[in-house]
Design a protein around this ligand. Structure first.
Ligand SMILES: [Mg+2]
Length: 404
């Protein structure tokens, strides 16, 4: 094995922490996110709640419909963060490089420390044991030759699981007849698109690489590589605050002279930036607008703002910047936040849903989206997540351009 990678993932992390600290919750459907009747989404739920069909990112109303007898709680982010620090500290001792993916998840490069598969197995067992003994929680661990395979392996026997995928061949034997969504980066939308063309399994991807590339472009090529078990990505120690900026942009197929349309497109871009910022627990302290005109002349305009990760704030600032540029046909438009900081206490998205100002901003953005949907007859109600895929964003924007 050229590289030996471990993926560790806590089981139902927030819910497990709460159950550990309050044994009365043991064995009960526990849903962390918001209380019934509040606006909010499920951050994590216990395995008992999952039996009712509850899953994370579902809104609380929907969860309550499925599981009215569940126990609903607000997340206790400070507590989870403290536990997370304890966990990563233990895990990191076994790796020459560790990449934190989330509070409860990491990739560890154990190539050197393990030496071989047997060594990796011992490390995995030690990680599971110490996580249990020192933190009182269970995790699932995957050992594999690549990041994708390691992540797949840790999912395989959840909860409290262990699984290994030593080679690309093993990986392929495992997944070849599974749905395409088993592959990393194939989200629900992408899976549906592929399925619509009759590409349902990993095998179908392997047999139709041209179709996949035509449908999904660059992402398609990546997915096809994965379908052949190829993933050379290294474990890269990553601290979110190392990123300099977070931005999204789109290039139009035809130059756009209509600045009302640009304003609307900025709203979608701002949503994408918000999504990425929140996923990494980052706030921007400035907003940048980027334009490339039809003659390839590019400009950027920025403004310092108070700490922000909200789409509304990003959008409004970008629109103000747009008002002050030369109104010539535009080929590319982008928006970003810069001067990033990771603000403590705001690191996860879910607790944000509880505070009032967020609710208000949420409401404003919802109104904005309603307007857009009405104006362009867009059908993304309730499917916002689709927009975050580059391909969908691009198609949506092109659709808007043609339908204004
Ligand atoms: Mg987890």
């Amino acid at each position: 094995m050229d590289q030996i990678i471990i993926h560790v993932d806590m089981d139902a992390f927030f819910a497990s922490v709460e159950t550990r600290d309050n044994p009365n919750l043991r064995g009960k459907p526990l849903i962390i996110g918001a209380l019934p009747g509040e606006r909010g989404v499920v951050a994590t739920c216990s395995y008992e709640a999952r039996k009712y069909g509850v899953h994370s990112a579902m809104n609380i109303k929907g969860a309550y419909r499925l599981c009215p007898n569940g126990i609903y709680m607000h997340p206790n982010i400070d507590k989870y963060r403290a536990v997370s620090a304890q966990l990563h500290k233990i895990w990191n001792t076994y790796a020459s490089a560790a990449e934190t993916i989330a509070l409860d998840e990491a990739y560890l490069d154990v190539t050197e420390k393990a030496g071989n598969l047997e060594g990796a197995r011992r490390i995995a067992q030690a990680i599971k044991q110490r996580t249990k003994d020192e933190v009182g929680l269970t995790c699932s661990v995957g050992v594999a030759y690549s990041k994708t395979a390691a992540k797949t392996a840790s999912e395989e026997k959840k909860p409290d699981g262990y699984f290994e995928i030593p080679s690309a061949q093993d990986f392929l034997n495992l997944i070849i007849d599974r749905n395409v969504s088993v592959l990393y980066t194939v989200g629900k939308m992408t899976a549906e698109k592929l399925n619509a063309l009759g590409i349902r399994t990993v095998r179908d991807i392997r047999e139709n690489p041209e179709t996949v590339a035509r449908l999904l472009g660059k992402q398609g090529q990546w997915i096809t590589k994965l379908a052949f078990g190829v993933d050379d990505r290294k474990v890269t120690p990553y601290r979110p605050q190392d990123a300099k900026s977070i931005s999204r942009e789109v290039t139009f197929q035809e130059d756009v002279q209509n600045y009302d349309l640009l304003r609307d497109v900025l709203a979608l871009l701002a949503l994408c930036v918000e999504h990425r910022a929140k996923r990494h627990g980052l706030l921007g302290n400035g907003v940048t607008l980027k334009l490339t005109y039809f003659d390839m002349k590019g400009i950027t305009r920025s403004r310092i703002t108070s700490a922000c990760d909200s789409a509304v704030m990003i959008w409004q600032t970008a629109v103000e910047l747009l008002e002050n540029v030369e109104k010539r046909p535009v080929r590319l438009i982008g928006v970003g936040i810069y001067n990033l900081s990771g603000e403590e206490g705001r690191q996860l998205t879910m607790d944000d849903f509880m505070n009032e100002s967020h609710d208000r901003r949420d409401e404003e953005m919802r109104k904005m989206l309603d307007t857009l949907q009405h104006r362009y007859k867009l059908g993304f109600a309730g499917h916002l997540a689709q927009l975050y895929e580059a391909d969908t964003l691009h198609k949506t924007v092109e659709y808007m351009r043609r339908h204004i």
